[in-house]
Ligand binder design. Structure first.
Ligand SMILES: Cc1cc2nc3c(=O)[nH]c(=O)nc-3n(C[C@H](O)[C@H](O)[C@H](O)COP(=O)(O)OP(=O)(O)OC[C@H]3O[C@@H](n4cnc5c(N)ncnc54)[C@H](O)[C@@H]3O)c2cc1C
Length: 529
């Protein structure tokens, strides 16, 4: 945050004539997130070795970086990847190459070491019992995150009927429209415009989906995948989550075993570390691009070495712009018209990710044992009216560990702060930037303690990661915006490669966008530049 904001505020901007060094490469990749690293891999495959990758951070991986506490690895951001489906061609090719998946009877299957161990998900369902001590919530853990209606509870039959109807709507949408993962492989279909122009909440209202448990779950899914709730994301996004993958399974429906997820203690950093391996001195850490100037014969990129203060001018035939589009809009001079048209529509969700090291395992509450992903069901009104939406729960970073005896625990707690409207989002981001870490740490403990009253007494350390602009929110109109499609095509010597191009921040989108950029550069390799 300090580096990015210093540059934004003019402090990191060198006088336009100042420069300490000039370096030339065929291709310069600006940004070493998943997309930038995938582009680097693609260039090597295309036989282009004369490239460099810059990132303002000291480590590659972008928001798929990892961390460790007392030697235990944990994620800082992204933590899983579903086993690829048929559309994720580039991702699958690479995962097969590194031994993570293999093909069995025409479908991809994950290697047992990397597949999420059982139990995958559980939900803490509060109940109305009053005989618990103050501050401790009555309730139990159920398997799976979709709330299971209690057979004899009021509204159970209505909830069950809406689950079934929603699963049919998802199946219809998947049959009717090209939903795919990654969307980068599904050309935008004008029939999707109507879904893209309304919020998911509006679509749910129009279709009579009012069951509290269903709406809680769908809002949770949107906050988990897009960082913002059903009142902010488009109906396209709300349906894409299900229609592009496994559909919507009502409780009790049997799940396709191919819908498993791959995960690692350090989350998707396990993947980005592998992508970054072998870059050698083409990897340029702590180098912040401050200006990208496309010209007739080359592209000039000014960069600042954040440690030495040295200014370098890179001169390249091609530049892969693998930074978020809101940053690209500040960097590129002059700004491409498509980026200018799109920039006002871009909204990013802030996130807080906290890693908690506990000296002993937690005592558990009634129900199923600790899962990889552990979520507390919060009342729906809290999600729409409260100053801060409830957190998303925690992942047990040691879930994949094969250690035979229980030891210290590491929990990764996720809080999406995109809110339900732009004003809430702006407030949350300010709060994230300004509020002292101790206040946030206390908020995280307050979120966990009602379910785990013994947690504060076992906490040895908590590390907080603030993501001010973690992921683009697929707000109404964004995915179908013609400028987004335009930016996915080469803009002269510039090739955009970032998950933002899909209006959907996941590994598959970022990786595929990087592969596309490298392919286009590879294809033009033998043409004069
Ligand atoms: C908390 C969280 C949880 C997530 N969980 C998951 C998950 O479980 N599974 C999943 O698939 N996805 C998840 N995601 C999304 C996933 O992490 C992203 O989609 C993916 O990592 C994005 O990669 P990218 O290359 O598009 O962008 P980024 O990660 O944004 O990479 C852009 C890079 O550009 C660099 N940069 C920016 N400005 C400059 C500059 N001026 N000069 C040089 N470099 C610059 C940045 O430092 C960064 O490294 C999660 C994201 C977050 C934040």
């Amino acid at each position: 945050m300090d580096r990015g904001h210093a540059w934004r505020d003019g402090l990191g901007k060198p006088p336009s004539s100042a420069r300490d060094q000039t370096r030339r490469v065929h291709t310069l990749i600006v940004g070493a997130g998943v997309a930038g690293l995938s582009a680097a891999r693609g260039l090597q495959q295309a036989g282009i070795d004369d490239f460099a990758v810059l990132d303002l951070e000291d480590e590659a991986g972008g928001n798929s970086r990892g961390h460790s506490i007392h030697g235990l690895p944990c994620p800082l951001g992204a933590h899983y990847l579903p086993v690829p489906g048929p559309a994720a061609v580039e991702v699958a090719q690479w995962l097969e190459e590194i031994g993570v998946i293999r093909q069995v009877q025409g479908r991809w299957q994950g290697d047992e070491r990397h597949l999420c161990h059982s139990l995958q998900e559980r939900l803490f369902v509060p109940d109305a019992r009053q005989d618990y001590p103050p501050g401790v919530q009555a309730g139990h853990w159920q398997e799976g995150i979709l709330p299971m209606p209690m057979a004899d509870s009021p509204g159970a039959a209505q909830t069950q009927a809406q689950y079934l109807r929603f699963s049919q709507e998802v199946a219809n949408a998947a049959r009717q429209w090209p939903f795919a993962m990654p969307t980068a492989h599904a050309p935008w279909h004008p029939g999707l415009d109507a879904l893209d122009r309304q919020t998911f909440a509006q679509w749910l209202d129009a279709h009579g989906f009012d069951a509290t448990a269903l709406r809680w779950y769908l809002d949770y899914a949107c906050r988990d995948d897009y960082g913002a709730g059903i009142h902010q994301v488009s109906a396209w996004a709300g349906l894409q989550y299900f229609a592009s993958r496994h559909g919507f399974d009502e409780p009790g429906a049997s799940r396709d075993p191919h819908d498993a997820v791959l995960t690692w203690s350090q989350g998707n950093a396990w993947l980005t570390q592998r992508l970054a391996q072998g870059l050698g001195d083409r990897w340029q850490a702590g180098q912040m691009a401050t200006r990208i100037r496309p010209g007739r014969h080359d592209v000039q990129v000014d960069a600042l070495d954040t440690r030495s203060g040295l200014r370098v001018r890179w001169v390249a035939a091609k530049v892969v712009v693998a930074v978020p589009l809101f940053i690209a809009a500040r960097l590129i001079d002059p700004m491409p018209p498509a980026l200018k048209a799109l920039a006002p529509s871009l909204r990013y969700a802030p996130w807080l990710v906290s890693n908690l090291w506990l000296n002993k395992p937690l005592q558990d509450r009634p129900g199923v044992p600790m899962a990889w992903d552990n979520v507390r069901q919060a009342p729906l009104e809290m999600a729409t009216n409260a100053p801060l939406e409830p957190a998303l729960g925690y992942v047990n970073a040691r879930h994949q560990s094969l250690a035979p005896t229980p030891g210290p625990m590491l929990l990764t707690h996720y809080w999406a702060l995109g809110g339900q409207n732009p004003q809430a989002l702006a407030n949350h981001r300010q709060r994230l930037a300004r509020q002292p870490w101790q206040t946030w740490a206390q908020s995280v403990l307050d979120d966990l303690s009602p379910v785990h009253p013994d947690l504060p007494g076992k906490l040895g350390r908590i590390d907080l990661m603030r993501w001010g602009h973690a992921m683009v929110i697929p707000t109404p109109g964004l995915r179908g915006h013609p400028a987004l499609a335009a930016l996915a095509q080469p803009q002269g010597r510039l090739h955009f490669a970032h998950s933002d191009l899909s209006a959907y921040s996941v590994f598959e989108e970022a990786f595929t966008r990087g592969a596309f950029a490298a392919r286009a550069i590879g294809a033009s390799k033998n043409r004069p530049v």
